[in-house]
Design a protein around this ligand. Structure first.
Ligand SMILES: Cc1cc2nc3c(=O)[nH]c(=O)nc-3n(C[C@H](O)[C@H](O)[C@H](O)COP(=O)(O)OP(=O)(O)OC[C@H]3O[C@@H](n4cnc5c(N)ncnc54)[C@H](O)[C@@H]3O)c2cc1C
Length: 428
């Protein structure tokens, strides 16, 4: 025991870790039943499923970013800025690196735990394709999304010698992220056109989605994928399936032996966890560095260490792993918040059951397609504005856990009221 009260340390303040910190802070931190500490490597949180909107400029991240320091105060937990480096299981502490601004040197701090929750998320896997790292944009964090937004905007502001030239974009990976990004960039290009940016008369953008699998959106049912195809059919979007990108260069991508000239390459295929997680603290990991957890979300080799969200490998009854999605991270965070509370009352930890509540693919404002499963055995196909509204509601739910329903309502209301005076997209 580190303190008189147990110390629960959560590393990673994303879709799962931040919801867990807020709930544990309210349930245990506030009543002094446990000390809750959140460690994150950035000062602000943005919900990761919004990153494609940030990249297209359809969402200004500054309006939606939340401060960890402020949330810690609101929800009675402590916040530590830093990056997890290693776990010392015998001493029950983690090593966290940070930059000391006074000494101007990198430093390490030790944080002791009675229970540790790893919620550090995942990164995109480039499958070691030559040139991918150097010549592709990725959407793993806010900085990367903002870098793409800037370059995309600037590309519309440059003088073009050839009035017929199109900005060529390759999106590698036709899963939900790739498809939503294509829709969002296309929408942004239309809005640039509205502001007289780029070449007049014709929309100067062409997007190619390259997918190695048989069809787009392999993880969602056929009818949803078909509706997406229908939506893309009257746009400058080309879809290549059953082909792999074998090399990326400064001026384009090789799809097998065929070269496609491009101005932007965005890698959206494949999910894995960062290399430092491989056997971190001697824990058991999968080939893609996910940490293997049991039915209580405890890591397989250490019952004091838990993992949730994209970095956790939780096996479902059908043998597959729970998908790396925000709804998985959210459900695991809810379970663990309750589970710690019961555990402190000397009762057993709770078992995790994943429930797939469906998939919604955003096709930018005001459109989306999807299927929702509000109850087991009852699935509803949705599309258009209503689907987009349900899609937005998922984010509102995340916001409400962090800010409370009243603040979320006021936040949404002020956003709606100021709509007429706000720009259609970020132009700086
Ligand atoms: C563009 C895009 C669109 C998506 N759309 C959807 C969608 O529509 N629906 C859906 O269900 N899912 C979607 N996803 C997937 C979803 O975002 C993830 O499954 C979800 O965010 C995982 O939550 P998490 O808590 O595991 O990790 P994250 O939300 O990624 O959070 C991880 C946190 O850990 C921090 N961190 C990382 N490493 C360290 C370290 N070493 N030390 C300290 N802190 C660290 C990070 O800064 C971050 O705050 C999308 C993903 C992307 C990229």
């Amino acid at each position: 025991m580190v303190n008189a009260i147990p110390q629960i340390v959560i590393v990673g303040g994303g879709a799962g870790g931040l919801e867990l910190s807020a709930q544990l802070g309210d349930r245990l931190g506030k009543k002094n039943k446990a000390s809750v500490i959140l460690v994150n490597d950035t000062l602000t949180h943005i919900w990761k499923p919004l990153l494609h909107e940030v990249a297209a400029g359809t969402l200004d991240s500054h309006e939606d970013e939340l401060s960890y320091v402020a949330l810690a105060k609101l929800h009675h937990f402590d916040f530590e800025l830093g990056q997890l480096r290693s776990i010392n299981r015998s001493e029950r502490c983690i090593e966290v690196s940070y930059f000391d601004c006074l000494q101007k040197t990198p430093q390490i701090k030790l944080i002791f735990y009675d229970a540790l929750v790893l919620a550090v998320g995942s990164i995109t896997s480039d499958f070691n394709v030559p040139g991918a790292k150097e010549h592709c944009f990725f959407l793993d964090n806010l900085q990367q999304a903002e870098a793409l937004q800037k370059d995309f905007l600037y590309s519309f502001m440059q003088p073009q010698a050839d009035p017929k030239m199109k900005i060529e974009i390759a999106i590698i990976g036709g899963g939900a992220t790739g498809v939503e990004l294509a829709a969002e960039l296309y929408y942004a290009a239309e809005q640039f056109h509205h502001y007289n940016l780029g070449i007049k008369d014709e929309l100067p953008v062409h997007i190619t989605i390259i997918e190695a699998g048989k069809r787009l959106l392999s993880a969602v049912p056929d009818p949803i994928a078909n509706q997406v195809l229908q939506n893309f059919s009257n746009k400058n979007i080309t879809i290549i399936t059953e082909k792999k990108v074998t090399q990326v260069t400064k001026s384009g991508v090789y799809v097998n032996d065929r070269f496609i000239p491009t101005h932007f390459n965005i890698w959206c295929a494949g999910v894995r966890c960062a290399d430092y997680l491989k056997n971190i603290g001697g824990l058991e990991t999968t080939a893609s560095n996910q940490i293997i957890v049991n039915k209580y979300l405890q890591t397989s080799l250490d019952p004091r260490i838990f993992a949730i969200g994209d970095c956790a490998a939780f096996r479902l009854p059908d043998g597959k792993l729970a998908p790396p999605r925000a709804q998985t991270a959210h459900q695991e965070a809810l379970l663990l918040a309750k589970s710690f509370e019961t555990y402190l009352k000397k009762q057993k930890l709770l078992k995790f059951y994943y429930q797939d509540h469906g998939s919604i693919i955003s096709l930018s404002r005001p459109n989306a397609v999807g299927q929702i499963t509000p109850q087991k055995g009852f699935t509803l196909g949705i599309r258009g504005k209503f689907a987009r509204w349900v899609y937005a509601l998922l984010y509102k739910y995340h916001q409400a856990i962090l800010l409370g329903w009243w603040r979320t309502l006021l936040f949404s209301l002020s956003h709606w009221l100021t709509k007429p005076i706000r720009l259609r997209l970020k132009l700086h």
